[in-house]
Design a binder for this molecule. Structure first.
Ligand SMILES: *Cc1c(COP(=O)(O)O)cnc(C)c1O
Length: 545
């Protein structure tokens, strides 16, 4: 093979190590897994991100009200290496200095982190890299200017001139503005600089929820200086006014990808009217297997020969993982779950479309199962600090833990460690978003490779992997309805059906089939949804295009 192109990967967040709080959720987990796999495979990829002083907030439950509240801590990461490099970006008419750190730990040695919390910056500038995603439009733009503009300048100062710039979400768009500025500075016209920059940029879009796609009044870009070399009318050609970051990035990239095949269809519908956008292909996400998957489980499934001995061994290993989870839950909450009872795991951001509390829709259905020792459920997940709907969902679940204290638990302050424990030790992994709002859903891949059977709506990655009754279960048959009440009603009936007619009877009455399904789950998913496959697809279909 000819020499691989060098790639600079830009992302606001990276999930590398549970207590290194440079991540909020799935986007960061993907970015962290991507860099780890790039290191494993020795691919010429450099990550660019931000050293968040506080990162994303912790979230705890108020014991009296049962409502979640957010807490921010100053984080120190003494393992980061000082590169000695400093660059600056003009934000709101003053030079903001940016220090560049190198991350070289936890299996990642190819990540540079930008930091404005340094001497020489005024108080406000020092807080630009304070809280991941921030609270206000202006704060967000300043953060994105540091990431994008500061990021390209940092690469130059470090001596890098990458062939490809990969923007993981539209947050990185200003890196494209800097690439345009570099060209205009040496005399190129805006049109030509735009055209040539497009050839350097590829884009991964994530959110199929329209509100999740950030936009800003153009005036804000102008007075903050994010426009760099461009006039207002030129900016407008890129992203409209208000300026939509996703639209702008679609017009400033040579190719884009959605994060699952169904998401490709959704994203193409969503952005159909955007003229001059790059083609949106589907490259389904994957996970860094050594980070998330129990190696023993993988081995046992690979060598599984159907003998009684192999079955026993695999089941025993699963029980070890389940007991480890049960102890973990006991240490955190004081609740002791029963290893013989079917354990449902559910952890994800408490966004309303994910419907974390769907299973509680009808008490007459759930109560006997919980009280008669047929089911126990463990939840985890944070709501966005400004999302009252999400907070209500968390508090509803907390209410259920009070009503059914022996069989429903909620683990506060969801993080990578909780994610890892739950996707190893649960019996099934429940996922019930309103289709098609789940872009990919990598937690289901973690579960599947650990032999934790997915019970999921056909959304995100699951339509590509699901063989119903063979390696997991689907429910809802791909139903979509924009009327949320109708959609919830339909999907809840389907969930009841699959649980009572298939999942519960198989678990209690046909352990042999269950174990076979675990093996099928692991073996059918491990190659297709590992990060190595994703990297190779990025190279084949985007980077070398
Ligand atoms: C895996 C993981 C995610 C992403 O999974 P989803 O299925 O998209 O929710 C988010 N947060 C944490 C902590 C994870 O471990």
């Amino acid at each position: 093979m000819s020499k691989l192109p060098e790639v600079a990967y830009f992302c606001m967040e990276y999930g590398i190590q549970s207590d290194v709080k440079l991540y909020a959720g799935g986007l960061g987990i993907l970015a962290g897994d991507y860099l780890k796999a790039a290191c494993d495979e020795n691919y010429p990829i450099i990550g660019v991100g931000i050293k968040w002083k506080q990162g994303y907030g912790d979230q705890y439950i108020d014991r009296e009200t049962g409502m979640p509240y957010d807490a921010y801590k100053i984080r120190e990461y003494p393992f980061l290496k000082d590169t000695g490099v400093e660059v600056s970006v003009k934000i709101c008419n003053r030079d903001v200095k940016i220090k560049v750190w190198k991350y070289d730990a936890h299996g990642v040695n190819n990540l540079y982190l930008l930091d404005t919390d340094i001497d020489g910056n005024d108080g406000e500038a020092r807080w630009i890299t304070g809280q991941l995603y921030g609270w206000f439009g202006e704060e967000r733009v300043a953060q994105e200017m540091v990431l994008g503009i500061g990021g390209v300048r940092a690469l130059r100062a470090l001596g890098h001139n990458p062939d490809v710039y990969h923007f993981n979400e539209g947050h990185a768009l200003f890196a494209g503005f800097e690439l345009i500025r570099e060209k205009m500075e040496i005399g190129m016209s805006f049109r030509k600089a735009w055209k040539e920059t497009r050839q350097q940029v590829v884009f991964t879009t994530h959110t199929p929820v329209i509100q999740g796609n950030e936009s800003h009044p153009l005036e804000r870009f102008m007075y903050m200086g994010a426009n760099l070399s461009m006039k207002k009318s030129q900016l407008k050609q890129l992203g409209g006014n208000p300026f939509n970051m996703t639209v702008g990035t679609l017009r400033l990239s040579k190719i884009s990808n959605a994060v699952a095949d169904l998401h490709r269809v959704t994203a193409n519908k969503m952005w159909k009217k955007v003229r001059g956008k790059s083609k949106i292909i589907g490259i389904t996400n994957g996970i860094h297997i050594p980070t998330w998957v129990d190696e023993k489980m993988l081995d046992m499934a690979a060598n599984y020969d159907g003998s009684n001995e192999a079955k026993d061994k695999l089941w025993q290993r699963h029980l070890e993982n389940k007991k480890e989870l049960i102890d973990f839950i006991y240490n955190k909450t004081g609740v002791k779950l029963d290893p013989d009872v079917l354990l449902i795991g559910f952890s994800r951001r408490a966004a309303p479309y994910k419907r974390s509390n769907l299973i509680f829709r009808d008490r007459a259905f759930i109560e006997p199962l919980l009280k008669k020792g047929k089911l126990q459920i463990v939840f985890s997940g944070k709501s966005h600090p400004l999302d009252d709907g999400g907070k209500k969902i968390v508090s509803d679940i907390v209410e259920m833990t009070k009503r059914y204290p022996d069989s429903v638990v909620f683990l506060e302050d969801y993080d990578m460690e909780i994610g890892k424990m739950l996707t190893r030790g649960s019996d099934i992994w429940l996922n019930n978003p309103r289709r098609p709002k789940e872009a990919s859903g990598t937690s289901g891949m973690k579960a599947a490779m650990n032999g934790v059977l997915n019970v999921s709506i056909l959304d995100g990655w699951w339509p590509e992997a699901c063989e119903h009754g063979v390696n997991g279960w689907q429910f809802g048959d791909g139903y979509e309805n924009e009327n949320e009440e109708e959609c919830d009603k339909h999907d809840f009936e389907a969930l009841k059906d699959v649980l009572t007619k298939e999942v519960i009877p198989t678990f209690y009455d046909n352990r042999e089939k269950w174990i076979k399904m675990m093996v099928a789950s692991i073996n059918s998913v491990k190659n297709r949804f590992g990060m190595k496959r994703v990297l190779d697809e990025y190279y084949d279909r985007m980077y070398t295009l």
